[in-house]
Ligand binder design. Structure first.
Ligand code: C5P
Length: 242
């Protein structure tokens, strides 16, 4: 096969030039990293699982009218996506206290939050993705106030939909992270959901037992990450090929 031009390599994914202008190929690696890549391992099959799970979620989001970059899955590790200009923010939505929120504010993990809480982090590995406010985002021109309003509305729609989807298969959506991008239809700019939505970027707890089915299994050495992600895929009704 002809060598494709690599556009970007991240910790868990690679982007290649796509077959048509305005498209990219997103390749899912088996690499798992945590704590800004201080912890690293290769988990056999993780990329295959995340490719399928993210496909499933993005396709479902498309069906309810939440715009996102997914076009179609190409093979076990690759999907065709729309190219967009990534907004340099990680948008976290939380339903239940956990992780950095629990640590920062001293709220016990597992405490339900009175309402979904949205946080923004500036995507910068060298700075360790610091938390920022809307003031910073507008002042430093990472996004306009209108963009922020659009991002919040997208994030809440994703949260409502995903909470229901996971509840239906006995999983509690504790929190998750999305990234957003801009696309243009002529002069008209739209914000879409980009990157991936998978157990790498969500906290997913079994509703009955509280068992963790997400990347915390790796971050906290709680057992087999591949088994946890396979369980999420099984409950969603999608199992990896081969
Ligand atoms: O670590 P923290 O509690 O802030 O993470 C909140 C949510 O965002 C978790 O679901 C985590 O997996 C996700 N996240 C992510 N990528 C990051 C930071 C957090 O997917 N760089």
């Amino acid at each position: 096969m002809a060598r494709r031009r690599m556009v970007y390599e991240g910790k868990a994914k690679i982007l290649y030039e796509g077959p048509e202008p305005g498209t990219l190929i997103q390749y899912f690696k088996d690499d798992a990293t945590a704590f800004n890549a201080q912890k690293h391992d290769v988990i056999d099959g993780k990329g295959v699982l995340n490719n399928r799970i993210s496909e499933h979620i993005m396709t479902a989001l498309t069906s309810i009218g939440v715009p996102n970059h997914f076009i179609r899955r190409i093979n076990m590790r690759e999907q065709l996506i729309r190219a967009c200009e990534i907004i340099p923010l990680e948008v976290v939505v939380r339903n239940v206290a956990a992780g950095s929120l629990s640590k920062r504010l001293g709220i016990e993990e597992g405490t339900p939050l009175p309402r979904p809480i949205i946080e923004f982090y500036y995507k910068d590995d060298a700075l360790g993705d610091p938390m920022v406010t809307e003031e910073h985002i507008v002042a430093f021109n990472w996004a306009s106030q209108q963009d922020i309003d659009d991002i919040i509305s997208l994030a809440l729609r994703v949260n409502d939909f995903l909470s229901g989807l996971f509840t239906g298969v006995g999983i509690r959506l504790v929190d998750f992270k999305i990234e957003c991008g801009r696309i243009w239809d002529g002069d008209y700019q739209r914000i879409i959901v980009a990157d991936e939505i998978s157990p790498d970027s969500c906290r997913l707890w079994d509703i009955k037992t509280g068992q963790k089915l997400d990347k915390d299994v790796f971050r906290r050495d709680l057992g087999s990450l591949a088994d946890a992600y396979t369980e999420v895929a099984r409950r969603l009704g999608i199992l990896p090929e081969g």
